[in-house]
Design a protein around this ligand. Sequence first.
Ligand code: GUN
Length: 299
Amino acid sequence: MSDVTLIDGKAFSEGLRGRIGQEVIRLNKDHNIVPGLAVILVGEDPASQVYVRNKGKQTVEVGMSSFERKFEDDITQDTLLKLIEELNADDKVNGILVQLPLPSHINEATVLAAISPDKDVDGFHLINVGRLGTGDDAAIVPCTPLGCLMMLKDKLGDLSGMKALVLGRSNIVGKPMAQLLLAQSCTVTIAHSRTKDLANECRQADILIAAVGRPQMVPGDWIKPGATVIDVGINRIDAPEKGEGKTRLVGDVDFNSASSVAGAITPVPGGVGPMTIACLLRNTLAATCLQHGLKVPEV
Ligand code: GUN
């Protein structure tokens, strides 16, 4: 490894959650408000269960109310839509998140569209997607790209004029990430599975965001020397070196080779991952303030 800086998402997210906790205390003291976050989980997907458990725990730790609604995967779409309607009307609930993916008999777009845009702390509602795309300050921004942007600004300061490459075009990460970087006046390229000469595209980038879900796909020699690399991937791979049947987590970037070229890089685990829930809590705080006509605090 050269003199690469590790971007410590765990430490950053702990600081962020601490500041959110202070603002929650202030909201309670000055306005008698306790922000509430409702999370809906359908089915038994083990990764989703872990996420939802961690969300609930961290919501309570910052002083917010956590409402968890769990269902078998045979719940009907209508039942889910009725529940969302109830949560939309519930003053104690300021944020609503439906954990994805949903079972195939439920239409994800219909469910996401049913959440009130003001309580859509995931930022997936078309109104919030449109607000982000048009530079409207009222946009609630998806948590993972928001966390990436916070770390980038913390490391680099002003991003304007930088070349940014976003690898991946999902609605959850790639597309909103590109919009956020564009709003920071970066020159943005979105690359994907059909991009020609991907290595060369990556080598132009001062900022490289990898969000494709393919383990260790980006090698060090695709990275511009000194570039800042944000690895959104969380992939579990076999790790026979740790013993038979063992596994380990890796990102979309080959960390070892990338570390000898990049100026700064997020590790996996401990980079982007911990920022996502912290940003969800930040969005819940912001949504609560907006619903009460209060100024959204900088955290
Ligand atoms: N599943 C994986 N990531 C996410 C996310 O950011 N939000 C929701 N709702 N579901 C997810």
